[in-house]
Design a protein around this ligand. Structure first.
Ligand SMILES: [Zn+2]
Length: 161
């Protein structure tokens, strides 16, 4: 089967030129091969839970010359519009020939992040715990105050009645 590259008319074997366009016919197979190599196929890479995480992945990959496609899951797109933030999750896609590279970059970055978390300055770690201690202390004071107030009110009621 032969095909005209311009008007895409198909011709039986034996014809060499398109009768309408006067162009040399091409084998149909060749055209489909060209089309396939032109098409950019995208593949699912990973999912993240929100736009902030998606932005992080996007920045890391963009820095390495890889563009991504983001797809908000379900009603995510609408929620994004109204609330500015979606928690339904975002699927990230990349060009399929770059998928492996993208995966390696992300794994590398996650390992790096883990390394920093494990080797965080011990002084900062203490500060972190300090925040938790202060919070607990504050909570104890509040509970004490509430119990004390209730007891005072009960005491007053008993005294008055
Ligand atoms: Zn033609």
């Amino acid at each position: 089967m032969k095909i005209c590259p311009k008007c895409k008319s198909e011709y039986r074997k034996g014809f060499e030129y398109c009768s309408d366009c006067n162009l040399k016919l091409e084998d149909k197979k060749d055209i489909s091969v060209i089309k396939k190599s032109d098409k950019v196929e995208i593949e699912y890479l990973m999912s993240v839970s929100n736009e902030i995480e998606a932005k992080q992945i996007e920045d890391i990959l963009k820095y390495n010359g890889i563009n991504i496609l983001k797809k908000h899951r379900g009603a995510g797109e609408y929620l994004q519009l109204y609330l500015g933030m979606s928690n339904l999750g975002i699927d990230i896609y990349v060009s399929s020939d770059l998928k492996e590279v993208a995966e390696n970059i992300i794994i590398e970055n996650l390992n790096m992040q883990k390394y920093y978390e494990e080797n965080i300055d011990p002084k900062n770690k203490e500060d972190f715990n300090q925040v938790g201690d202060n919070y607990n202390r504050e909570r104890k004071i509040w509970i004490f105050l509430i119990v004390f107030s209730i007891l005072t009110i009960i005491g007053l009621l008993i005294y008055l009645l």
